[in-house]
Design a protein around this ligand. Structure first.
Ligand SMILES: Nc1nc2c(ncn2[C@@H]2O[C@H](COP(=O)(O)OP(=O)(O)O)[C@@H](O)[C@H]2O)c(=O)[nH]1
Ligand SMILES: [Mg+2]
Length: 257
């Protein structure tokens, strides 16, 4: 007998409330020529009307050309700014082109665009300004090495204290911003540990932060080079950055009382 399961034509159902939004995917990409076309195709398959901007962070490979050929908008940075500068550039693009929501998707295919609706849901419901996809809320079987897991937990504890709510995945780059968060980040985005510090920034500006469970794929190519000492060094630096951040002045205060 033939299998009953006939592959349905892939025309994704986009929630009408999502369809009403001007929405864009921001892809920071540094030398991602092997994966960028696949990421763009997957985003299209998930939501054909989601605009896509690839921020090429000074790549020396074919990332820009391949992204443009695939039909994405491409902003090419003159030199490598790092992930923070790349994401901020994408959010400035979103602000300047009047988008309602921007969802950040990494160019290395670690994020599954099929989960974009989950990331957008709290924004549509009005319960969040920034939504972060978390690997540690029960879905998927992402299992980092023990030392890394300890670091992740400790960091989550500390950030939870700083933002006065429980957060579990402070380094996830799979996130969505509404207009308020786009405006905030376009004007002021941390460049040292942007994912971690961005959560604190959102709290400081009294924006609402919500985590949703997501699965994340392992990086396609290459082994993780994270050793115990590297993790420890990372922790030290990120904690220092958070500490210094507590005393900084915010150039674009929003909703100051
Ligand atoms: N490593 C790195 N990634 C960058 C940079 N600028 C933009 N990116 C992009 O940021 C995304 C996340 O980077 P990745 O190295 O995968 O970070 P990880 O997943 O947190 O380990 C990828 O799409 C990169 O291409 C950069 O300067 N360095
Ligand atoms: Mg990655």
């Amino acid at each position: 007998m033939q299998s009953e399961q006939i592959a349905a034509p892939r025309s994704p159902e986009v929630d009408s409330r999502v369809a009403a939004l001007r929405r864009i995917a921001v892809i920071p990409a540094f030398n991602e020529e092997d994966s960028i076309a696949g990421v763009i195709a997957e985003i299209r398959a998930a939501d054909p009307d989601l605009e896509i901007v690839v921020v090429d962070d000074g790549s020396t490979d074919g990332t820009s050309d391949i992204a443009a050929e695939a039909g994405a908008h491409v902003v090419r940075l003159p030199y490598n700014l790092g992930i923070g500068g790349a994401v901020q550039t994408g959010l400035q693009y979103a602000r300047d082109h009047d988008f309602d929501v921007a969802v950040q998707v990494d160019g290395d295919a670690q994020h599954d665009p099929a989960e974009i609706p989950k990331i957008l849901a709290p924004i549509i419901e009005g319960s969040a300004d920034l939504v972060v996809g978390s690997r540690f809320l029960g879905e998927g079987e992402y299992e980092p090495p023990v030392t890394r897991l300890l670091g992740i937990r400790l960091l989550a504890r500390i950030v939870s204290l700083l933002v006065r709510q429980r957060v579990t995945d402070t380094t996830s780059g799979f996130r969505a911003s509404n207009r308020r968060a786009i405006a905030l980040f376009a004007g002021d985005y941390p460049h040292d540990y942007p994912e971690v510090e961005g959560m604190v920034l959102v709290f400081r500006h009294r924006l609402k932060l919500v985590e949703v469970p997501v699965q994340m794929r392992l990086r396609g190519a290459g082994e993780s080079s994270i050793t115990f000492w590297r993790s420890a060094y990372y922790m030290l630096k990120v904690l220092l950055a958070l500490f210094v951040g507590l005393f900084r002045r915010y150039p674009t205060p929003q909703e100051e009382k």
